[in-house]
Design a protein around this ligand. Structure first.
Ligand SMILES: NC(=O)c1ccc[n+]([C@@H]2O[C@H](COP(=O)([O-])OP(=O)(O)OC[C@H]3O[C@@H](n4cnc5c(N)ncnc54)[C@H](OP(=O)(O)O)[C@@H]3O)[C@@H](O)[C@H]2O)c1
Length: 270
């Protein structure tokens, strides 16, 4: 997944709730004001085909388009930290966050760091430590890993990133999110993949899902939206619809977890 190119602003219209005219994505995806204490807001972002596929030939890119990239970049503009699973980093060849100057200044205006750090969840820590993701990162990456991960691998990774042990055999979402909150990183954007999303859902730690629905049936594919953990989980997870946007081809759905929580929307865009 790549960020939108500078200057492109596809026309996105609102379907629900009804409203005329082009949508200001920054306002449509505005987060509740920062919470006090250590409360963390976790928003997940995916693009899928109509059959729930998250990949074509192993990548999400073929499901995406200009408007989806605009949503992706908007969501990155509104978070303290990006959280992603190691499978996605490896498959998608993740690079460091490189927001445009305009996006950086938008972030500063919202009281956010110009560039968000990217936190990766990995038991194995089998990541290319010499890749640009690590060597060119302007915000030091965070690696969440486990007690069973070999110590020498953790030591090697700590040369390139902040390594945080957040669980015994798997990374525990509660521990990882508490560690982010302790660093002042409370607005979390999870960019997948399906395994990490499954762990977050099972732990009831997903507050929002921003789902782009591409008008594509991907066919046989090894990845769908959620890979639930084998043994745990509080299912089903009920969500409620916040909005539906469209560019005339894809749908951009915003859901939030059912239950008492702050109203999204409002005032974060200056
Ligand atoms: N369409 C979309 O929007 C979208 C978004 C994201 C990803 N994707 C696609 O999804 C595919 C990857 O799927 P995936 O399910 O493998 O992705 P993933 O969740 O990003 O990666 C799975 C890996 O992350 C680590 N991990 C996740 N949760 C963990 C936990 N609780 N504790 C310890 N480690 C944990 C493990 O890494 P280790 O193996 O290193 O231990 C695990 O093998 C890619 O093809 C990517 O293109 C699509």
């Amino acid at each position: 997944m790549s960020e939108e190119s500078a200057g492109s602003r596809p026309a996105v219209q609102r379907v629900f709730p009804p409203g005329a005219g082009q949508v200001d994505l920054g306002a449509a995806y505005a987060l509740p004001p920062p919470t006090t204490g250590s409360a963390v807001h976790v928003r997940a972002n995916f693009v899928t085909g109509l059959d729930g596929a998250t990949t074509i030939a192993g990548r999400s890119g073929p499901l995406s388009g200009p408007a989806d990239r605009a949503v992706f970049s908007t969501l990155r503009s509104l978070c303290d930290v990006v959280l992603v699973g190691a499978g996605t980093v490896r498959q998608e060849g993740y690079g460091p966050a490189r927001p445009s100057e305009a996006r950086q200044s938008l972030r500063r205006g919202l009281g956010l760091a110009a560039i968000p750090p990217i936190a990766v969840v990995s038991r194995s820590l089998q990541l290319d430590l010499d890749s640009p993701f690590f060597t060119e990162a302007r915000a030091r990456p965070i690696l969440f890993t486990t007690e069973v991960t070999p110590k020498e691998r953790r030591m090697a990774a700590s040369q390139r990133a902040e390594v945080v042990v957040a669980g015994a055999r798997t990374v525990d979402p509660d521990q990882a999110l508490a560690a982010l909150a302790a660093r002042g990183l409370t607005r979390v954007l999870c960019e997948g993949g399906p395994t990490l999303f499954g762990h977050l859902l099972a732990a009831a730690r997903v507050d929002e899902l921003c789902l782009s629905l591409s008008p594509t049936v991907a066919g046989p594919t090894s990845h769908h939206l959620v890979v639930p953990p084998a043994r745990s989980g509080r299912w089903p997870v009920e969500l409620e619809l916040v909005h539906i946007l469209t560019d005339g081809a894809s749908l951009f759905l915003r859901y939030r977890r059912r239950g008492p929580q702050q109203e999204p929307g409002g005032t974060t865009r200056p």
